[in-house]
Design a protein around this ligand. Sequence first.
Ligand code: FAD
Ligand code: DHB
Length: 394
Amino acid sequence: EQTTVAIVGAGPAGLLLARLLHNAGVDCVVLESRDRAYVERRQRAGILEQATVDALRAAGAGERLDREGIPHDGIELRFGGRSHRVDFPSLAGGRRVMVYAQTEVVKDLIALQLADGGPLLFDTEVREVTGADTERPVVRYVHEGRERSLSCSYVVGCDGFHGVVKQAIPEAVRSTYERVYPYSWLGALAEAPPVYDELIYAHSSRGFALASMRSPTVSRLYLQVPNGTDPAEWPDERIWDELDARFALDAEPGWKLERGPVTAKSVLPMRSHVTEPMRHGRVLLAGDAAHIVPPTGAKGLNLAAADVIVLARALAEWHSTGSTERLDAYSDTCLRRVWRAEHFSYFMTTTLHADPAQSAFDTRLQLAQLERVATSPHAAAELAENYTGLPIRS
Ligand code: FAD
Ligand code: DHB
């Protein structure tokens, strides 16, 4: 079996890349270890940057997004018992973000790919990629219990943080940079209307909390919890009580979230990680396969989209002209933007969370930084520009 580009992983990175290549007339095959229902139901990110929305529209996946997505022009920061709104369009050159869940992005892209794209194989686990340094690398995978192989011109590892494709980059040329945080998030999905029409990010002495949404009737809520927390320790009432305590406002002592049944709970650890380079020979990495961020800045999915936008352009140029100039620059082009997002995600995370080891001095520094964002248009613009997403250059 053979193809032009083998894409490993049908998360947002692999699926969007497949679409962009299809539109550019480049053949590809997508191999995904899980089944379709699992991939479509995995609860993850919820915020799309303007550039991600534009790319989805250009890829032909904008119809439901434009109908059901909820545009947001700002976020609310809560700290020290007060609230402060950061307005995006006025601070970030007119940019805004869209609330549209990763589950929906993935469903839309899968439907398009199955309707008129190249092969998208579920229940297909890639075991190994060999020949990164040759003209024709080979992907070895298992489908329907049988071992098979796919020979191609390029392999793209869109196989997430635990993916196998990065192992095709020899250890001698691969570097990793990492930070693990001393707290996790408890994520809850609730049948309750969002309390407010924008997201609320809260700093409190009890820890971080975030109120997001999925629709006018479904809320998505996050609480900082200790690493190793079992979601069973958090019955619904405890979640709501803790959210109310962390979002408390001095000026509105009775302020409370509207409650409803919690339909899903999970705990996610927080990590920053970058693997460099993002390309070796004919093997390329994109999205979480190359880098992850703690979710506080809402960057993970958007970084994955940015990588494949750059990569699709580079592969299309190689396909139509034979030039590898953009492919040669791919890793450097992406890593500049990746490291900026790594810094922003680290900044949002460490400014808003309570590190169990932090001193009263550290807490005062966090509050001074948040106060700066609340009072200086320059500091607020820095946050707004990063949150709404920096330009994608390629
Ligand atoms: P993924 O979505 O991880 O997709 C990788 C795909 O590759 C998966 O479908 C996987 O099954 C497949 N795969 C793996 N190995 C193989 C193999 N050997 N063979 C074939 N297929 C394989 N970001 C936010 O901004 N906000 C959030 O709230 C948020 N929550 C998150 C919660 C969790 C639990 C996780 C893991 C991530 C979260 N993120 C969040 C980050 C965001 O979801 C990711 O950045 C985004 O999914 C990256 O997309 P991707 O396509 O690169 O990787
Ligand atoms: C969501 C997740 C985030 O990490 C974030 O910063 C904002 C929103 C969400 O799932 O809605």
